[in-house]
Structure formats: C-alpha cells, structure tokens
Design a protein around this ligand. Structure first.
Ligand code: PLP
Length: 436
C-alpha cells in the first residue's frame, strides 16, 4: 500500500477552501483515498507529494503527447515568457501555428484560436447556426463536447431516462443546467446509420450541424463503423449540414491530421484542444474557407481575452513543429507501444481468468471490465461493470500506474518499453490479488 499522509493532509486543507477539494470534477477520488497530489512530473512519470512514483497514462487527460516537460516545449515557453505573456494584439507565433494547423489538418483552410475545448465547441456550433440559419445541432449519445449548458446532455444518462435506443432523449448532465438548451439538440445513437437518417428526416430543415467525437473516447474507446462514417459524411453533404469533428482528444494524437486523416473522412469544420499545445491551454476551430466565411466577414462573433496568447502559441509552435518534422516516425512507436500494452493486459487477464475487453488504435487505448466481445455505442458501454473498472484503476494506482479511471489509457512519445513492462507487471500483480 502507498503511504499517502501528505496527500491526505493537503486534501483536508483543500476541502476547507476548494469546493469538493478538487478543481475539476474528473479529479475527484473514486475511493476513500485522497486524490493525487503531484509534486513533480517528467517524461512519462509522476511523483506525488508522498514520494510515490507512477507511470502516467492520464497525461493531463490527453494533452501531453510528448510527455511532461519536453525540453523543446519548456525552452519555447521559457523564452517567450521573458518577452511578454499576453498582448491582445497580433504576433508572428500565431501565424506560424495557424500555418502548421493548415498544413497538418485536411479540413483546415482557416482557423480561429480559443483557450479550451468547451468554448471552441460553442464557437463551432454558433458558426454552423450562423452559416445555415438553422437552429439545432445533432450530437450522439455518449459523446462529450464540454461542460457548458448547451453541450452537457446525454453523456452517460441513466437508462431509465434515456429513452429508446434508436431515438434517445436529451438527458441533462447537471443540476442547474438550462433545461431549454435541450431544444437546440437532437440526440442520435452512435454507429446506427438507419436511426441517424430517420432523425435527419424527422428534423428536415432544422439541423445546422452534426457533431461527433470521430473516435469516441469519452465512453470507452469506440471506433466508427466505416459505412456509418461514410454515410454521415454523404448525408450531411447532401443536406447542407455542417459536419463537425470534435477532435479535442483525437487531434494531433491519433495521427498528424487527427481522426480525419486516420479514418480518411474529412469534415467541414473541426475543433482541436488538448495536444495542440503540448500541455498548455489552447483550442482552435479549423474549417474550410467557405464555412469560416461568417467569421471572416464579422457576421458571426468570436472573441476571447487569452485567444492566441504568445506563451501557449510558443508551446503550440514547438509541439506542432515536432509533429510536422517527424510524422509517422513519431506515431508508429506510439501505436506499437499502445498495442503491446493492451495485448499484454488481455493476455494476463486471460491467464488469470479475468474478463477484460480491449480496444483503441494505440495512442489511445481502453480496457473494459466486461465479457462482451464488442462495444459499439453508449448502450453497450452501459453494460460494462463500472464499479470493477474503478477498483481496477484504484488497484493499479497502488501499484504505481496512473490510468484514466473510466478505463482509458493515453500514450506519449516519452513512454518506453521499460514503462510498458513495468505496467504489465503491475497489472499481473493486481490480477493475482483476489481482493480487487
Ligand atoms: N470535447 C472533447 C471530445 C473532450 O474530450 C473534451 C474534454 O475532455 C472537451 C471537448 C472539452 O474540452 P475542455 O475540457 O478543454 O474544455
């Protein structure tokens, strides 16, 4: 067992001044142990304030494609800090980053920057409504597009409230959320083209945009069926609906050009965040010149005090330059290590008689506590043993491995074979322990 005395002391103090003791709900502890209190991090490893060391597969919930404190990102940020941290004026770094995004991302002809994914999603939705003059956005059940009122619907709804699988209801995600925001959404099941087409028929002329996580990463790690993704692209093009990929997780992580490059299906508009700036807060809306025109012409408003501040732009220029320089040489080892990790976990689970299903393309992988052979949508995911998933996560923490509590694992270029070996040994110890 880890010693967590200093973490417990800090958590105690935090609960007196920070609501719930943490600064984002996802950081709440899932057990009676205090949440992680980090002292420092480097590469693929974290050290907590009690001196415990962890191999880190959370990576800040995805941004750290190059691991913690990559020297090129540290150098770029340090150099920029001495030259000013926010100008509220234009500068060369923002042009460089915009050029890199347009070079790397298939749909990107024009971009606009924000700070976090949630606000960039709002910008993309406003743009689509402004462009088409239509009021609604279609989103898929189980997909996450940020925590704002208009988006936080039907992420992981209780099945009592969620309605029929092929015609889901919009279910509020939080007390206090504006219920009328549901009027701006249509909820569809993921990977069901017939249901998708029926919903578009039902709402003909009302839908401005279809939004998806092209690789669903907030409800397991679920790939789109090829014919589903193609069908959505064809139907949205036919109906003049803006197809928006929310690439906040997949952008610059799945491939240099994100999921749209990986799956070979190009949306009209995409939203990026997380990995775009190597761990600093930057997001971006990227789209075709035609779709971005209402912003160019000033007919759709888009603002932000911290948009394209030079410190995060310095980090983004460093991160995106490394991606542009290395391309497959950067992603191939990530994919290989992710594959080794999930195959190793699956082998050890089989040997121990534990039911585990694995999925994911490598830079992002998932372990599910289930005897099912496939998870294709939220309703499948809802059958996974979530309690056991949380216990697996907690047991791994005790063994020095930090993964996302819902069973997701992010890989970085800093992870090496020794990290994977160490992780698989930890997994074996957990499986050998009958108490978890
Ligand atoms: N979209 C997706 C797919 C996400 O995973 C997230 C965050 O995890 C967001 C949007 C919101 O981004 P942020 O937390 O930066 O506001």
């Amino acid at each position: 067992m880890r010693s967590l005395n200093e973490s417990a002391r800090l958590y105690d103090a935090a609960c007196k001044v920070i609501a719930g003791g943490v600064s984002s709900d996802i950081r709440r502890s899932t057990t009676s142990a205090p949440p992680l209190y980090i002292d420092h991090a480097s590469g693929s490893h974290l050290w907590d304030v009690d001196g415990n060391e962890y191999v880190d597969y959370v990576l800040g919930q995805g941004p750290l494609l190059f691991g913690h404190s990559h020297p090129r990102i540290v150098e770029a940020v340090t150099k920029q800090l001495a030259r000013g941290q926010v100008y509220s004026a234009q500068h060369a770094l923002e042009v460089e980053v915009a050029e890199l995004v347009c070079e790397l991302v298939p749909c990107a002809e024009l971009v606009r920057f924000n700070s976090v994914g949630s606000e960039a999603v709002q910008g993309a939705w406003r743009l689509a409504r402004g462009l088409t003059g239509r009021p609604k956005v279609l989103k898929f059940e189980g997909h996450y597009h940020g925590w704002y009122d208009s988006a936080l619907f039907s992420l992981h709804p209780s099945l009592d409230e969620a309605g029929p699988a092929d015609h889901p209801r919009a279910v509020l995600g939080s007390l206090g959320q504006l219920p009328s925001a549901a009027d701006g959404l249509v909820i569809a099941p993921w990977n069901d083209l017939a249901a998708f087409n029926r919903l578009l028929d039902e709402h003909a002329g009302e839908i401005a945009a279809v939004t998806m996580e092209p690789l669903l990463c907030n409800t397991g790690c679920i790939e789109p069926h090829a014919e589903f993704l193609r069908g959505v692209r064809e139907r949205t093009r036919r109906d003049g609906i803006v197809l928006i990929f929310d690439e906040v997780i997949t952008g610059f992580r799945l491939a240099p050009g994100g999921a749209q490059e990986w799956f070979g299906v190009v949306p009209d508009l995409a939203v990026f965040g997380k990995a775009i700036a190597g761990g600093l807060p930057l997001s971006c809306i990227a789209g075709t010149a035609e779709v971005m025109r209402p912003i160019v012409e000033g007919r759709v408003g888009h603002s932000g005090t911290f948009n394209s501040n030079p410190v995060v732009m310095a980090a983004a220029a460093a991160a995106l330059s490394m991606i542009a320089e290395q391309r497959d040489a950067l992603y191939d080892p990530l994919r290989e290590r992710g594959r080794r990790l999930v195959e190793g976990i699956a082998e050890r689970a089989k040997a121990a008689g534990v039911d585990i299903l694995t999925s994911g393309p490598g830079p992002i992988v998932q372990t599910y506590q289930t005897s099912r052979s496939a998870i294709d949508n939220y309703r499948d995911f809802a059958t996974v043993d979530r309690e056991r998933t949380l216990r697996f996560h907690a047991a791994l923490l005790d063994q020095g491995v930090n993964s996302v509590s819902r069973g997701l694992w992010f890989l970085s270029t800093a992870h090496d074979d020794a990290d994977i070996d160490r992780t698989l040994n930890a997994v074996e110890r957990v499986f050998d322990d009958p108490t978890w």
